[in-house]
Write a protein that binds this ligand. Structure first.
Ligand code: HEC
Length: 159
């Protein structure tokens, strides 16, 4: 009797697992760089851009580079949730649309979260080990944030 219940439970779990595979999620992807992307408005040195792309853009831009396991539910939902949440807080592809105060505030938060090892999320760097920031990369971000705030305060726009 017990083993029958076990078998039925496993069958139900399997069926549910297969059923949820049919729920699709819109991928976070657009073909072109947004005209509001941070690098279209301000100077972002190549080495900083590379760090942001590798360590932040999967959750804070309009383009995520998806790993193979992202095709499997419920992983797809879980990732979509993180990406939506991340983009709501900060989207580098929308940075140009933020009012001045918000730009400055977001940059402060970038410096803070990177310094405190809160970003990129540890649940992400466990798998994306290359996204982990070295001390050197962290200090690059700090000085870039400083120069960005200078640019924004003086409103020197690099177009
Ligand atoms: C795996 C997804 C992911 C990655 C990668 C990631 N973030 Fe985030 N980020 C989030 C999520 C989710 C939130 C919102 C919830 C939170 O604050 O934890 C967030 C919030 C933020 C915030 C706003 C904090 C606040 O107080 O509102 C900043 C700033 C930020 N991230 C910067 C970065 C930077 C810079 C990087 C790269 C060095 C990065 N993030 C990488 C998911 C991510």
């Amino acid at each position: 009797m017990k083993s029958r219940i076990k078998k039925i439970s496993i069958a139900i779990i399997l069926i549910l697992f297969i059923a949820i595979q049919f729920f699709d999620v819109m991928p976070n992807y657009v073909a072109e760089t947004s005209k509001n992307a941070i690098e279209k408005h301000y100077s972002v040195p190549q080495n900083v851009q590379q760090i942001l792309k590798t360590s932040c853009y999967d959750c804070h831009s309009n383009n995520t580079v998806y790993p193979w396991y992202s095709k499997v539910q419920p992983v797809k939902w879980w990732l979509a949730n993180h990406i939506n949440d991340g983009k709501r807080h900060l989207n580098f592809d929308k940075f140009g649309t933020y009012p001045k105060d918000k730009k400055l505030q977001k940059l402060d938060e970038v410096a803070e979260t990177v310094n405190a090892d809160e970003m990129p999320l540890s649940s992400y760097t466990v798998i994306h080990t290359q996204a982990k920031l070295s001390a050197e990369q962290k200090s690059l971000i700090q000085s870039w944030v400083k120069s960005m705030k200078g640019q924004i305060n003086k409103e020197i726009l690099v177009r």
